[in-house]
Ligand binder design. Structure first.
Ligand code: C2E
Ligand code: CA
Ligand code: CA
Ligand code: CA
Length: 278
């Protein structure tokens, strides 16, 4: 990155070449990683406000890499999204998530799972059929599956994304707009989309305690969401104060470290068990 003190700097910051090599490595290793169990799905609970009832969980992918250690999605999902491999990622997470919902149902728990989609899924006209097929195989009612999509994912190619979204919605799957408030045309386009839920971006929720502007943004998204008949979810709820403010605003659902961090399947089940005993 520098011309003068090259070596010293390189010890801290990887060069462009190193970053490129690592991305390349991650992409070439990804399918093998999926097949060999290095890639796992973690679950973060979503709870109703103010009751704290557990409504379900968001599925968040993790990669335990033999050389690089634990990788968070921000380190490999963008690279994977740039390739056709994202289909394999989404299918993997979808199957894992539906397996969870099936198990919960078998134990008498009606909870939903939320899966993150990427732009490519929204441009894939066969995707809704594959989802319908997966729902049938797991015998899970569509309303217990949520797909989270970002505004940029939809706006990348609205003409292709809209028919896909309409077909997913027609199946009865719940559609949520993720990271809401960070895009440009948010307000105008929300009305045009067949969505049921809006997730306030965590940057606003995290800032709420110290920044009146963030507080105002959160309040107006709750009001806007409700005026459009949507369920409003706040993510990044880390503190009691934020939770109390969200309750006062009438926000419907909370997700964040205050409730729980994303947990492995086993630890999520333990968390759930400890909670239902109480
Ligand atoms: P996201 O969909 O916005 O997911 C929420 C992120 O916020 C998660 O990061 C979660 O661990 C983190 N988070 C949750 N509660 C709190 C909190 O109280 N405070 C703070 N500071 N952070 C909190 P994670 O798991 O690292 O995921 C990052 C992003 O990677 C996700 O953002 C999502 O866009 C993407 N991603 C994760 N799993 C998948 C997947 O299976 N497929 C695709 N396409 N993308 C995924
Ligand atoms: Ca999400
Ligand atoms: Ca988000
Ligand atoms: Ca995000």
């Amino acid at each position: 990155a520098t011309r003068s003190g090259g070596d010293a700097v390189r010890a801290y910051a990887p060069s462009m070449g190193q970053i490129f090599m690592r991305r390349f490595q991650l992409v070439t290793q990804f399918r093998q990683a999926l097949e060999s169990g290095q890639v796992r799905v973690h679950y973060q609970p979503k709870v109703a406000l103010p009751s704290r009832q557990v409504l379900g969980a968001e599925a968040l992918v993790r990669w335990r890499h033999p050389e690089f250690g634990r990788l968070d999605p921000d380190e490999f999902v963008p690279a994977v999204e740039a390739t056709g491999l994202v289909d394999a990622l989404t299918s993997f997470v979808l199957e894992q998530a539906l397996g969870r919902v099936r198990e919960w149902l078998d134990r008498g728990l009606r909870m939903s799972a939320a899966v993150n989609l990427s732009v490519r899924n929204l441009a894939d006209e066969d995707f809704p059929d594959r989802v319908a097929d997966a729902l049938r195989r797991f015998d899970v009612p569509a309303e217990l599956l949520t797909f989270e999509l970002t505004e940029s994912g939809v706006m990348a190619d609205p003409a292709r994304a809209l028919p896909v979204l309409r077909r997913l919605h027609a199946l009865g799957v719940v559609l949520a707009v993720d990271d809401f408030g960070t895009g440009y045309s948010s307000l105008a386009y929300l009305r045009q989309l067949p969505v049921d839920e809006v997730k306030i971006d965590k940057s606003f929720v995290l800032g709420m305690g110290t920044d009146l502007g963030d507080m105002a943004v959160v309040r107006s998204i709750v009001e806007l969401g409700h005026s459009l008949g949507l369920s409003v979810v706040a993510e990044g709820v880390e503190e009691d104060a934020a939770r109390d403010q969200l309750v006062a605003m009438g926000c419907d659902v909370a997700q964040g470290y205050l409730i729980s961090r994303p947990l492995s399947e086993e630890r999520f089940e333990a968390w759930l068990a400890a909670r239902t005993v109480r």
